[in-house]
Design a protein around this ligand. Sequence first.
Ligand code: GDP
Ligand code: MG
Length: 296
Amino acid sequence: AQSYVGFDTITTQIEHKLLKRGFQFNVIVAGQTGLGKSTLINTIFASHLIDSKGRLEADEPVRQTTEIQAVSHVIVENSVKLRLNIVDTPGYGDQVNNENCWDPIIKYIKDQHSAYLRKELTAMRDRHIQDTRIHCCLYFISPTGHSLRPIDVIVMKKLSEVVNVVPIIAKADSLTLEERDAFKQKIRAELVYHNIRLYPFDTEENDDEEIQLNESIRNMIPFAVVGSERNVIIGGKTVRGRKNRWGVVNVEDREHCEFVQLRDFLTRTHLQDLIETTAQIHYEAFRSKQLLALKD
Ligand code: GDP
Ligand code: MG
């Protein structure tokens, strides 16, 4: 009888190992104070909380953010483990002088690259490196319905040089649907006008499917979202929502806002690509610059 080596199971073994180890996915939020950054983080976690480890409890009120701080939860879906870290940042833009207000965020992102590079240069080759590199930056835009503020343009440009930037219209419940769509279109046009190259990036390697996926994201951004730290009961079901005198916004209703679309984008459709783009474009740019500097 022929002996059975079993290397046909290798891919499933590797897959199993990867799944057991799980993905680590790191997101940072940025934008002016009071736009609902901390609230949205709480909302994302609350919307599929399984195993939690962090300071935010389901109904704990949001406090003012005074320092850069990571909140971490493990999400399990179909036996795939995802460790989702979201880094909260204090807002800015409320000072008289906003010069270099983005520096702490840029520094935080670069520090993670530099920590990864250090580990990469010293770690044994087969050892798994804990990845704290930021895979996505959610940039919060004020729902003015007018246009981007000069500071948005400057900060998004700076951020886009080091990280995948995904713009978001905050507190979208303050815009009517017509206002929202017009604002989204306006912002997209302004991003082009100011030559701000945001995620996703097209590369020559992209196949038709990827090109189409990228196009769908470009037509979607900025995601117009609503966050809430409160549960409301709609039709007997407890959901995250905002209740006021004339009605309830159900955060998880696709008709009400684009929270679910954003969550799917982050944790389903673009998870892998955000991680790969970070490694191949942003980290690689950092790495080659550092290694070049070492040679001199
Ligand atoms: P941060 O400074 O960006 O972290 O903002 P916070 O999360 O602390 O929120 C500031 C205030 O805005 C709080 O009173 C929140 O309840 C409120 N808020 C947060 N998200 C929304 C939203 O989507 N819509 C509305 N109307 N208010 C929101
Ligand atoms: Mg905050």
